[in-house]
Design a protein around this ligand. Structure first.
Ligand code: SAM
Length: 379
C-alpha cells in the first residue's frame, strides 16, 4: 500500500502567506485533518472530495499524493527505493510522464540529477517488466511525479493536479508584470467579495484580478478549462465519481450581471490583454473595461476596489512610484468614499506613501516578492 492509501492524506502546495486561506477553502471543499507545513498544508479527503478539491480550488497550486517516504544519503538509495514502487500502477507505454524535483539541505544537491536518477529507475523497471518504456513529455505529460528531498528525507508523490493549478487557461497575452492567478484568487477570497458591491480594479493590467473575480462570482471551477488531471492515473480512479463531481460543479455556473465588475488601466496594451483574457469566458462581455489613468476616475463610492499598483522591481522607477502611491492614496480618500479597498503591494517600502491607515496587512508572496495585501476602509 502506498502512503496516501494508508493515511488518506495528501499535500496541498500553497504560495507563502496563502496557507490560512487555503485551509479555509479546503474545509469548504470537504478536506479535514489539516497540518500546515513548509510551502503547503497536509490534509485528508475522501476520493470524491479530492476530485472536487483539484477541480475547484482557486488557491492551491498542486495536490500531491505521497507514495513513499524514506531517508536518503546518496543516489543509490534513491534508485533502489524508486524501483521498489510498482510503477505499472500508474504508468504504461501509452502514458507520458515528467518529474519535478525539489531539494533542500541534503547530501544530494542537484534536483536535475535526482530527477534523472528517479527517471532511470522508473524506465529501467518498466522496461525490465514489459520490454517497453514510457516516454518523457516535458510539455504536456499525463503523469506528473514529484520528488521532494529535505534534510535527507525523500518523498516521492504522484501529482494529482497534473499541470499546475494556477494555469487556468485564460491568459492569452503575457504582459510585463502579471499577478499569479492563485494570488489574485486569494485576494478575492480575503476580501470576502460576494457581488453585493461592484468591484473595480483601477490598475487592472492584464486583468488577473478581474478574471478571478469573474470566476468566483460566476462559480466557474478554477480548472474548468482543463481536461486532464493527475488523479485520473491513480489505480483507484473512478470515472463515474469524477463525472458526477464535475457535473455538480458545472451546473452551478451562472451569469455575471452588467455593471458589477470594472477595470481600467493607463496602458492600452494592458486593456487589450485584459479584454482578450476575459474573452475566455462568455460572461467576460459583461466586464466594463476602459483605458484611463486612475487619476481621471471620479466618484467610486460604495465599491470594492481591488488592485495591484506597479511596484518598481519589474516596472516603473522607485521615486516616480512614491509619488504615484501618494496620488493613489489621495484618489482613494477623495474619490472612493464608503468603499473598501484591497491593494496588493509587491514592494513594502512603498506602502507608507499611500498615507492612509490600513485595517489589515496580510503577508502574501507573488513569486519571489514578499508582498502585502492592504485593506483600507474609506469614509
Ligand atoms: C503590477 S501591474 C498590474 C498587474 C495586474 N494585476 C495583472 O495581473 O496583470 C500595474 C499596472 O498599473 C498600471 N498603471 C501604472 N500607473 C497607472 C496609473 N496612473 N493609472 C492606471 N494604471 C496605471 C500599469 O499600466 C500596469 O498595468
Amino acid at each position: 500500500m502506498y502512503l496516501y492509501q494508508k493515511q488518506r492524506r495528501y499535500f496541498a502546495q500553497v504560495t507563502g502567506g496563502l496557507e490560512e486561506l487555503a485551509i479555509d477553502e479546503l474545509k469548504e471543499l470537504g478536506g479535514y485533518g489539516f497540518q500546515p507545513s513548509y510551502r503547503g498544508v497536509f490534509f485528508c479527503a475522501e476520493s470524491k472530495n479530492l476530485y472536487k478539491i483539484v477541480y475547484k480550488s482557486r488557491i492551491i497550486t498542486r495536490v500531491l499524493a505521497p507514495l513513499v517516504q524514506f531517508k536518503i544519503s546518496d543516489d543509490k538509495t534513491l534508485y533502489g527505493k524508486a524501483k521498489s514502487i510498482r510503477w505499472s500502477d500508474f504508468l504504461n507505454q501509452s502514458r507520458s510522464f515528467r518529474i519535478f524535483a525539489n531539494i533542500a539541505h541534503s547530501e544530494i544537491k542537484h534536483s536535475q540529477y535526482a530527477a534523472q536518477v528517479l527517471k532511470d529507475a522508473i524506465v529501467d523497471q518498466l522496461r525490465e517488466k514489459t520490454g517497453e518504456r514510457p516516454s518523457v513529455d516535458l510539455k504536456s505529460p499525463d503523469v506528473v511525479i514529484n520528488l521532494y528531498i529535505h534534510n535527507n528525507k525523500a518523498t516521492i508523490s504522484l501529482d494529482l493536479s497534473g499541470e499546475s493549478l494556477h494555469k487556468r487557461k485564460y491568459r492569452k497575452i503575457n504582459t510585463i508584470a502579471p499577478m499569479q492567478e492563485t494570488l489574485a484568487a486569494a485576494i478575492v477570497r480575503a476580501a470576502k467579495w460576494d457581488g453585493e458591491t461592484p468591484l473595480y480594479d483601477p490598475m487592472c493590467g492584464s486583468g488577473t484580478i478581474l478574471c478571478e473575480a469573474l470566476m468566483h462570482y460566476c462559480k466557474i471551477p478554477a480548472a474548468h478549462y482543463k481536461d486532464k488531471f493527475g488523479f485520473m492515473y491513480l489505480p483507484e480512479y473512478h470515472e463515474e465519481d469524477w463525472l458526477f463531481v464535475k457535473k455538480l460543479a458545472d451546473d452551478q455556473i451562472r451569469e455575471l450581471p452588467q455593471n458589477l465588475v470594472f477595470g481600467s488601466d493607463s496602458s492600452p496594451e494592458a486593456i487589450k490583454a485584459a479584454g482578450e483574457n476575459l474573452n475566455t469566458f462568455y460572461q467576460g462581455i459583461s466586464v466594463n473595461l476602459k483605458v484611463s489613468p486612475f487619476q481621471n476616475l471620479k466618484n467610486l463610492s460604495n465599491y470594492t476596489i481591488m488592485t495591484n499598483p506597479p511596484y518598481g522591481y519589474r516596472m516603473g522607477n522607485e521615486s516616480e512610484l512614491q509619488l504615484t502611491y501618494k496620488i493613489f492614496g489621495d484618489f482613494l480618500k477623495n474619490e472612493c468614499k464608503n468603499s473598501l479597498a484591497y491593494v496588493y503591494c509587491g514592494n513594502r517600502e512603498l506602502i507608507k506613501f499611500i498615507g492612509l491607515r490600513t485595517s489589515f496587512k496580510m503577508p502574501m508572496k507573488n513569486g519571489d516578492l514578499d508582498g502585502r495585501l492592504l485593506k483600507f476602509e474609506l469614509y
